[in-house]
Design a protein around this ligand. Sequence first.
Ligand code: MRU
Length: 351
Amino acid sequence: MKLDIIPVKWTDEGVAMLDQRLLPGEEKWLMLRTYNDVADGIKDMVVRGAPAIGVSAAYGVALGAKQFVGTTVEDLGEEIEYICEVLAATRPTAVNLFWAIERMKETFLLAKSEGRTVSEIKQILAAEAKSIHDEDIESQRLIAQYGGGLLEDNSSVLTHCNAGALATGGVWGTALGVIRGAVEQGKNIAVIADETRPYLQGARLTAWELHKDDIPVTLITDNMSGHLMKKGRVQAVVVGSDRIAANGDVANKIGTYMVAVLAKRHNIPFYVAAPLSTIDKNCPTGDDIPIEERNTREITHVRDIQLAPDGIGVSNYAFDVTPNELVTAIITEKGVARAPYTESLRKQFDL
Ligand code: MRU
């Protein structure tokens, strides 16, 4: 049964977010009442996952505009510029954040050029954020349809991190959308979820979502996938992405590259599912994608338990880049793109 999980909602009081830091133990909603709260929510991982971050940022801009107390469109424009800077400084890798902010800025400029009043612009921005959210859900539905067709009946699919409803506007998800799509097409799919150290999105979020949807899921530690592939227990890999370069190089959660290399070694298809808002036409290759480095305490501690001695060096890269030659196909809301990606991805924008 598909449960329609929607992790971010626009309300009269502010932006409501399901606090993903507490899952799976607690299902608690937070009400974020200012754009600064929304920015903190993104930074602190109340919400995470590229499309969900984009939707949240759009709502953050709309909320900041709604609370603007000035009277001129000029002043509102300056306020929106500042709000966008605050939101853009939250997380660097997921391009959906910058894409959504840009779309909100363009919407403001268009409304301004049409001579709209401050109060009209506030409503237009709220409606635009809602459209970004609705379009995202619709994109995931199409990704589910196209991607679901690629998975074989009675197969076992490995995924890394959480690219599910929680990571998007909701309902389907990207990688988990492909799985949900295949299940809706009547296929029997079992999922193998990498726990995804250090933040454990796989263990905490993917397992939670799939279990709620009654899709069979087996949790493994990140270092088990090679063994399972060698044993013939994985028929496909499906992951999401935080940013896809114009040449098809894919940034996704740290550890994705390792999985892609293993998949190649074992002749297992490696699929990437992402909406067009994740494709960065201005980024020629994966080398140009900024990779977030996070607090090393995520590695040295699990909650308050210390796992490593003080005084050692620790690296905490949140994402890695999988070169396009390891990617079997990229599934977007426009269909299935295959190599050479520079051409096939460009074509998707024109469809
Ligand atoms: O650090 P996170 O949890 O925001 O990272 C999320 C991922 O890497 C997801 O796989 C990616 O955003 C795709 S989500 C549809």
